[in-house]
Design a protein around this ligand. Structure first.
Ligand code: G
Ligand code: G
Ligand code: MN
Ligand code: NA
Length: 255
C-alpha cells in the first residue's frame, strides 16, 4: 500500500527516467534501434527496479499514466536525437507496453496523439508486448491492428517463455519476435536451448518477421546466434541500458 502511494506521487513528481539499450546488427554490432527501459529513483526508497514496481503499477492501473509518460518521453528523445545527429535519422525506438495499457479503450488513439505531438514517425516506433492472457482478447487484438494500421511495429517480447506463444503468431499482427534471454544464456553449450533458438528464428523467417536475440553477453553467443540466422541482437556484450548522453557519445557523435 505504501509503495502504491509512493508510485502514485512519483508520476506527478517526475521521479522516473528512461535508459536506452542498443539493438544492433549481428555480427557487426551496428546500431539499428534502442529499447527504452524505465527507471525510478524514489527519494524515499532510493533506486527501484522495474521488475519490482512495474507489476504494482500494473495491478493498480498506475501503469496507464506511467506508460503514457514513458511513450511520450521515448518519442521525444527519438525526435531530439534525429534532429541532432545524422546517424540517428533511421533509429528505431522500442517501447514496452503492458497488457493493461492495451486494454484501455482509446489506447491506439492515445499513441497516435503522442506521435503527432512529438513529431515521431510511426514507422520508427515499435511497441513491445509480452505474451500474456490479454493478447488473445478480441478488443486487444483490435487495438494491435489499429496500431499496425498506423505503421507502428509490434514485437513479441520474451518470446518463447509462455505456452501461448505459437497461437499468438496467428492472431496478433506482429512483425518481430524477441527471443527471451533465458534461451540465450547457455545457447552455445546446452542443446535444448539452441533448439529453441533455432526454432524461433526459422519460424520468424517463414512468417517474414524479424527476430531479435536478447541478453547476448559473450562474443561466442553472438557468433552462434548469427550462425543460427539471427540478424539482430541486444545485450550487455554490445551495451547496457544507457543514459541518453552516453548512448549519443557511443553511437552518434562523429570522431
Ligand atoms: O530494465 P530491466 O531489465 O530491469 O526491466 C525489468 C523488466 O521491466 C523487464 O521485463 C522489462 O520489460 C520491464 N520494463 C522495463 N521498462 C519498462 C517500461 O517502460 N514499461 C513496461 N511496461 N515494462 C518495462
Ligand atoms: O523483458 P525485457 O526484454 O523488456 O527486459 C529487458 C531487460 O533485460 C532490461 O532491463 C535489461 O536490463 C535486461 N538485459 C538486457 N541485456 C541483458 C543481458 O545481456 N543480460 C542480462 N542478464 N540482462 C539483460
Ligand atoms: Mn522488452
Ligand atoms: Na524480453
Amino acid at each position: 500500500a505504501r509503495l502504491t502511494s509512493l508510485l502514485r506521487d512519483a508520476i506527478g513528481a517526475n521521479e522516473f527516467h528512461l535508459l536506452y539499450q542498443p539493438i544492433v546488427t549481428l555480427p557487426e554490432g551496428d546500431l539499428v534501434g534502442v529499447e527504452a527501459l524505465v527507471r525510478w529513483h524514489s527519494p524515499v526508497r532510493g533506486p527501484m527496479s522495474p521488475g519490482d514496481f512495474i507489476p504494482i503499477a500494473e495491478q493498480t492501473g498506475l501503469i496507464v499514466p506511467l506508460g503514457r509518460w514513458i511513450l511520450r518521453e521515448a518519442c521525444r528523445q527519438a525526435v531530439e536525437w534525429r534532429a541532432q545527429h545524422p546517424r540517428a535519422r533511421a533509429l528505431r525506438m522500442n517501447v514496452n507496453v503492458s497488457g493493461r495499457q492495451l486494454q484501455e479503450a482509446g489506447f491506439a488513439d492515445d499513441v497516435a496523439a503522442v506521435l503527432a505531438e512529438t513529431g515521431m514517425p510511426a514507422e520508427l516506433l515499435t511497441i513491445e508486448v509480452t505474451e500474456s492472457g490479454v493478447l488473445s482478447d478480441a478488443p486487444t487484438i483490435a487495438t494491435l491492428h489499429a496500431l499496425r494500421a498506423q505503421g507502428i511495429g509490434l514485437a513479441l517480447d520474451d518470446f518463447g517463455t509462455a505456452a501461448s506463444s505459437l497461437g499468438l503468431l496467428l492472431t496478433c499482427p506482429v512483425d518481430a519476435l524477441k527471443l527471451d534471454r533465458s534461451f540465450v544464456d547457455r545457447v552455445t553449450t546446452v542443446a535444448r536451448q539452441s533448439t529453441v533458438a533455432t526454432a524461433v528464428v526459422q519460424m520468424a523467417r517463414s512468417l517474414e518477421l524479424s527476430a531479435v536475440a536478447e541478453g547476448i553477453e559473450t562474443p561466442e553467443q553472438a557468433a552462434f546466434l548469427h550462425d543460427l540466422g539471427y540478424r539482430l541482437g541486444q545485450g550487455f556484450l554490445f551495451a547496457r541500458p544507457l543514459e541518453p548522453s552516453a548512448l549519443a557519445d557511443m553511437f552518434f557523435v562523429e570522431r
